[in-house]
Ligand binder design. Structure first.
Ligand SMILES: Nc1ncnc2c1ncn2[C@@H]1O[C@H](COP(=O)(O)OP(=O)(O)O)[C@@H](O)[C@H]1O
Ligand SMILES: [Mg+2]
Length: 470
């Protein structure tokens, strides 16, 4: 809470500064709306010629007179020659969408960061905070009871035998042959918003189970004890499916749909969440303070918040994840040739981040991707996470050092228990104090993976032994 209070102060003071600037200029220039608007504009837009500015001022002034409900559906887009065009957000055509995307993100990751910062500044200026989620889990224990060996096979005889045995063991006549398996053993922790968390652990350590549990999507046959809360609310007090998104390690898509169709469908299913209400409030406050936003950002945010305008967010996500080159290709499967494996993996991520969820749990999104693509994806998620304050946990197998450096916190799992949870900077210190030193020229992520696996420890020891005996 203290932190939030501190971050608000500069935005409040900048609001005051802007409004006093507006008042001052209005007094000097004996207050026609045109003069007043152009004084605000001069602080926001610096490089466009005078004639276009006047035209833009007029268009803005006309927009500002509309009631909020109508204003949310209209925006201004710069045409090819820089001329301002008034556009209806609900009827954005393909050409207009492409123009908007080109203006927002020209080529690189830096553009995306700048764009996100502008969006955040716009919200900060009028004192609107993005909602954040803090996820806590305490004494989380997850057990499974499963048949092992031949009895686990789904044959007809086994089915009847298992049902009969379940019934008899309920009556305490025969003992159950189910073998209890502990998947997560009494784990506790906090996942902070605005920090990117990396979940590391060898295969079988319980990463998928922990992510599913945090996203509220565990299978019902598992025995769960302990407590998971989002901002202090238990899972049964709200709808976790609308708040969090779990990104699976498997790619399951409809083969006959194109990439763009898949994304649009996903965006339509997930809706716009609270974005619409937030935008209405934002427009109201901006009107009161007589502030004028960047036209492209304004148009983008309007398109993001309106139902039925999923095309714009789809275009944005396609561009961010580098899927725009295969946007109209079929997804495909074993029988139907479609996009490549790496593109499928990116599509799985895109499908979930296109929605309004503020808590993302991503499971091995990098399997089958090259390290530079993984870096790009994680880095765009990191930017959104840091700037807009989302809650994100990403499980990765063998992240490259530059990808590893993007994370703020590490959770290290081993055999269902947490070995380390905390800031990335302190992880080596911690293991050194335990007597495990990371060898030079070894990636930290690889070292962490090895130090928690018994087999690897034995291998390293025998290797050191061999080296020493030379
Ligand atoms: N529903 C289940 N029934 C039985 N065993 C399970 C179930 N879910 C997970 N497990 C077991 O729990 C362990 C951890 O699984 P998982 O969470 O998928 O690990 P990871 O994602 O780290 O590879 C594995 O040994 C797996 O076999
Ligand atoms: Mg897994």
């Amino acid at each position: 809470m203290e932190n939030q209070g501190r971050t608000l102060q500069p935005s409040e003071s900048s609001l005051r500064a802007t409004s006093s600037r507006i008042e001052g200029s209005a007094m000097q220039q004996t207050g026609s709306w045109l003069n007043r608007a152009s004084s605000v504009r001069s602080s926001v837009f610096t490089h466009s010629s005078k004639g276009e500015d006047d035209e833009e001022d007029l268009k803005w002034a006309a927009l500002e007179k509309l009631p909020t409900f109508a204003r949310v559906r209209k925006g201004i887009l710069k045409g090819n020659e820089g001329e301002p065009l008034e556009v209806d957000v609900e009827a954005l055509g393909n050409v207009e969408r492409k123009m908007l995307m080109d203006q927002l993100i020209r080529a690189t990751n830096d553009d995306n960061e700048k764009f996100l910062r502008k969006m955040k500044n716009r919200l900060d200026t009028v004192g609107i905070e993005m909602p954040t989620i803090e996820v806590r889990y305490q004494d989380l224990q997850i057990h499974a009871e499963a048949y092992v060996g031949g009895r686990a096979l789904p044959s007809i005889a086994n089915f009847f035998l298992n049902k009969l045995e379940e019934f008899l063991s309920c009556l305490h006549i025969v003992p159950s042959r189910k073998r209890p398996i502990t998947i997560l053993d009494n784990v506790s922790g906090i996942i902070k918003p605005g920090r990117l968390t990396l979940l590391l652990g060898p295969p079988g350590s319980g990463k998928t189970t922990l992510l599913l549990a945090l996203a509220g999507k565990l299978a019902s046959d598992l025995k769960v004890s302990g407590e998971i809360t989002y901002n202090g609310h238990r899972m049964n007090e709200f709808v976790p499916e609308r708040t969090s998104a779990y990104i699976s390690q498997h790619d399951t898509h409809i083969a006959e749909m194109t990439v763009r169709e898949t994304l649009t469908f996903s965006a339509k299913c997930q809706g716009v969440g609270t974005r619409y209400d937030m935008l209405m409030e934002l427009l109201r406050r901006e009107k009161d303070a007589n502030l004028r936003p960047d036209p492209e950002i304004d148009l983008f945010m309007k398109a993001l918040s309106l139902k039925g305008r999923e095309n714009v967010i789809t275009d944005y996500i396609l561009k961010i994840l580098g899927l725009d080159i295969c946007a109209d290709t079929l997804v495909g499967n074993e029988m139907l040739r479609g996009i490549s494996g790496g593109q499928k993996k990116r599509l799985t991520t895109a499908e979930m981040i296109v929605g309004p969820s503020r808590a993302l749990f991503m499971d091995e999104i990098s399997t089958g991707l090259d390290s530079s693509t993984t870096f790009q994806i994680v880095s765009s998620i990191q930017q959104a996470n840091h700037i807009l304050g989302g809650t994100t946990v990403i499980a990765l197998l063998q992240p490259a050092p530059e990808t590893y450096e993007l994370f703020d916190d590490i959770i290290l799992l081993s055999e269902g228990q947490i070995v380390y949870q905390g800031p990335r900077e302190h992880v080596l210190e911690f293991f050194e104090s335990m007597g495990f030193k990371c060898p030079e020229r070894k990636g930290v992520a690889d070292f962490l993976q090895e130090v928690t696996s018994r087999k690897d420890q034995q291998q390293t020891e025998s290797m050191h032994g061999a080296i020493n005996s030379f």
